[in-house]
Design a protein around this ligand. Structure first.
Ligand code: CTP
Length: 233
């Protein structure tokens, strides 16, 4: 794959859904396939980066290491993804492509939850998870570039720009979900990349093409003076 060089750069990418366990047989999950995050990981490795790919439960093969390297860490829950992302620091770039659960059950039942006699409904108590992306953006070892994703069903620009500002991100890649030819399970997607001074539409194109275009933008925005943290470890 052609494109800019990310040699010597450490790029951490989260991908896929998280599963939040309710009991030994049930969980709360979402429709993320991990395809976009895996495509970004492949494209970054092909550009020579040292890639740490933090993957939720997906059925995708590990991308090739390209001219760089690729270390895949499989996780299940939002809490495990948080620990793995923080554990991967320091990094030059963090790309949060994962669809991280916003809520997790307050308790995981040790035994399978039974219907019980006469019970017509079940109320689950959920608690907020930690926002990995926002924490990284405010972390003492903040990567030089922190890039988020925003999957929205409506009002895409307003919500995406809101997250860009609230989470103190450098860039956010927004896409509309719930329409044909884009979103979670599709091989294709259409993104708009927002930055403080930027609104760049990309696609519709394959997730592999979009990954390359996003990385070209990231290369341009990385400081040329920095040597990166990738070669130091
Ligand atoms: N994200 C994260 N940790 C969370 C929730 C979200 O790191 N606990 C990241 C995702 O990886 C993504 C971005 O935040 O890069 C946006 O996720 P999204 O679910 O669209 O936004 P939320 O902030 O959760 O807001 P809402 O669900 O209200 O739209």
């Amino acid at each position: 794959m052609s494109g800019c060089s990310l040699a010597g750069r450490h790029v951490v990418i989260s991908a896929g859904p998280t599963y939040e366990d309710l009991d030994p047989v049930r969980f709360l999950g979402n429709r993320s396939s991990g395809k976009m995050g895996f495509a970004i990981a492949a494209a970054a490795a092909a550009r020579g980066a040292r890639v740490s790919l933090i993957a939720g439960p997906v059925t995708l093969p590990t991308p090739a290491a390209g001219t760089g390297s690729l270390h895949r860490i499989d996780v299940r829950s939002a809490a495990q993804m948080h620990a793995a992302v923080i554990g991967a620091l320091p990094a030059d770039v963090y790309i949060g492509a994962a669809a991280v659960a916003d809520y997790t059950p307050a308790r995981v039942a040790e035994e399978k939850i039974k219907k019980g006699s006469g019970s017509e409904g079940l109320t689950l108590q959920l608690v907020r998870t930690r926002d990995i992306l926002a924490e990284l953006a405010g972390h003492p070892r903040r990567p030089e570039l922190v890039v988020g994703f925003a999957a929205e069903t409506e009002d895409v620009e307003r919500y995406a720009r809101g997250k860009l500002a609230a989470k103190r991100l450098d860039l956010i890649a927004a896409n509309r979900v719930g329409v044909a030819g884009s979103g979670f399970e599709s091989d294709d997607n259409a993104l708009v990349i927002y930055g403080a001074d930027l609104a760049l539409p990309l696609g519709p194109a394959s997730k592999h093409e979009l990954a390359g275009q996003l990385l070209d933008l990231i290369c341009q925005r990385l400081s040329v003076a920095a040597t990166g943290t990738g070669s130091a470890r």
